[in-house]
Each structure stands twice: as C-alpha cells, then as structure tokens.
Design a binder for this molecule. Sequence first.
Ligand SMILES: Cc1cc2nc3c(=O)[nH]c(=O)nc-3n(C[C@H](O)[C@H](O)[C@H](O)COP(=O)(O)OP(=O)(O)OC[C@H]3O[C@@H](n4cnc5c(N)ncnc54)[C@H](O)[C@@H]3O)c2cc1C
Length: 339
Amino acid sequence: MKNEYDVIIIGAGPAGLSAAEELRRHDRSVLVVEKNSTIGPKVCAGVLNARITELGFSLDLAEKKFSAIQVYVNNKGHTVSLPKVFLISIDREKFGRHQLDRVLKLGADITTGSHIKKITAQSVFIHELEIRYKYLIGADGSTSVTRKYLGLKTQKYGVTYQYRIPELYDEFRIYFDARNFGAGYGWFVPHTGYALIGTGRSIIEAGETNLKLQCQRWCGEKGIDLSSAHPESWPINYDYRGWQFGNIFLVGDAAGLTSGLTGEGIYSALVSGREAARKIIDPACSCPGIDNILLRKRHHERILSLIQSRRSLTGLYHHLMLFMTGNRHLSGKIIDFLF
Ligand SMILES: Cc1cc2nc3c(=O)[nH]c(=O)nc-3n(C[C@H](O)[C@H](O)[C@H](O)COP(=O)(O)OP(=O)(O)OC[C@H]3O[C@@H](n4cnc5c(N)ncnc54)[C@H](O)[C@@H]3O)c2cc1C
C-alpha cells in the first residue's frame, strides 16, 4: 500500500469493484478499502436481469437461470414464461470473488479488514494510517460513511427481512400482498442448495411495522419451516441526492441509486461504479448509463409514491401486475421494467 493514490475507493461491493476495474484498465493507481475480511457476502436476494451480460458478465456466474417465474397477488398466481432466460440468481460471495479476481489481475491494491471512519478533503484514515487521494469514490453501501462526510441525509430507505433456508426449491416466486407487505413484496429465490425467502418495503410506508414478525407470519401461512433458517436484514438506501461532488463520487447504494419500488440495486451499482471511473478518466464523459438508471428509478418511484398514497391503489397496481405479466405481449416488457 502506498501513501497516495489517484483514486481511493471505499467499499468492495459490486459498485466499488466495478469502478476499480475500469480505472485500472486506464492505468490509474487505485486502492480499494473494504471493512470486512471477506469480499462479497452481503444481505441480498441475489437476483439479476440477464442483461448483466451487456456489462461483460457471463450467465455462467448464475446459480440458477430462470426463463419462468411465478407471480402471485394474494393467493392467486400464474407462471410468467419467456422464450429465453431473463432472470438469474447469483451467490454474492462467488460474484464478489469473480469481480475481485478481475480487479486483482489488473493490479489494483486492495485492503480488507480496514474500516474507514475518518475522511478529510485530501485523505482517508485506515486506523491511524493517512492515505491521500486525488479522487475518492464512496462505494460503501447504504450506511455510507462517504455520504455522511458529504453531509447528505438518508430519509428514503427500504427495510428488509429475509431467511436463508437450507432446502431446495426450484420456483422463483414474487408475492404481491398488500395485507402483509403493503406496496412492497415478498420473494422466494432459489439458489444452489438453499433458498432466500423474504420481504422488503419502504420505510415511508412501513414506519414502525415489525417486519420480522410480518415475515414470520407470512412464512407460517406458506407452511415454510423456519426452525433451521438463518435470518438476515439490511437497509436499502434509495434516497438519491447526486453522485458527483467535486473530486468525490458516490456510487451504488451509497448514492441511493437502488430502486425504491423493487429494491434492485446490483445492476445500478455495477453501472454507476463504471461510470464514475469513466468520469474521472475523462471529465467530459456524458455517462448515459447513470442517466438511464435515474430515468428508470424516477419511473419506479413515481409508481411507488402513487401506490403508497392509498391502499386501494396498491391493490389496483398488484392486479394490474397480474394482468400485465399474464399477457404474452406485455410480460417481457414488464419484467424488464421492474428488474
Ligand atoms: C434483503 C435485500 C435483498 C436484495 N436483493 C436484491 C436483488 O435480488 N437484486 C438486486 O439487484 N439488488 C438487491 N438488493 C440490493 C443490493 O444488495 C444492493 O443494491 C447492492 O449490493 C449495492 O451494491 P454496492 O456496491 O453499492 O454496495 P454493497 O454491496 O453494500 O457494498 C458496500 C461495501 O462497502 C463496505 N463498506 C461499508 N462501509 C465501509 C467503510 N466505512 N469502510 C470500508 N468498507 C466499507 C461494505 O462492507 C461492503 O462490502 C437487496 C438488498 C437487500 C438488503
């Protein structure tokens, strides 16, 4: 580790490693600082749209590939199938390892077990050690210390609760159920050797709701045995307030680029990390990837605030989803719009 880098990246999630890869391709000196000892593991359902291939990731990284999913509204559901794989599930630890290998091959410096607690205008502190940067990228997720350093508030976030179930399930299921989840939803995502079953909703609507009890009740209704299940929970920041602040960038969840409607944020993290790197390499770069993410996010959150405003609108939206995903002309477009 040197005492100065072109770019210091805080956080080795999808956003941070994506930025590091792009910067190293253009020969910038890069230090990635990660607080955990292992890179990759993250509370996440691990669902990605198959368009991840456009970012140079092979579908071979998938644990499961889905050309059909089950969509339920209350207890009524149907199968949405398309002629090709449209969603995949990934194991976050394996995905992180894959990104890490790519970055290490390109020669970035990475330090793990290094929790950044202090940032100044020119440097970050790893324990007592001061390291200077020309640019800083905050890729440190929903509880970002970089965001706090910039003085940005986080008022819009999602609350989640999920269980890791050591059983094999084959069906990917999405549950819209206003009584249990309001404008949020429940998921049932098969992985290799386990499934992730959980729920998430916006704090604006959830308020003091006890999501854990709600999730347990819902699993009980579905006859899911939670006795050997491992519970997990983590917030999702979707409060976007900008991504470039002079020589400091926020990417992924730190920037609040995740969708408030679906909680989907891995793709945005990968794209925004890459775009922040491009902006550093060429300040005149137009960054259409971020513009597209923001456009989609705006559409999602317009729907969210509408359906949160009245329970009857939530129900209407859910039935519209059931209708549209059941229509063979619309189903592909709806899945692409949501995920
Ligand atoms: C329950 C749940 C389910 C989800 N399911 C999906 C899904 O199916 N599909 C999807 O696309 N998205 C999903 N998401 C969202 C997705 O997990 C995030 O959008 C994505 O991980 C964001 O990537 P990131 O790189 O911005 O942040 P993160 O993946 O959170 O990475 C941030 C990294 O920074 C490190 N870090 C934090 N603070 C510091 C510090 N001070 N110093 C050093 N390192 C630090 C962390 O340890 C972490 O490694 C889900 C989220 C939750 C909570």
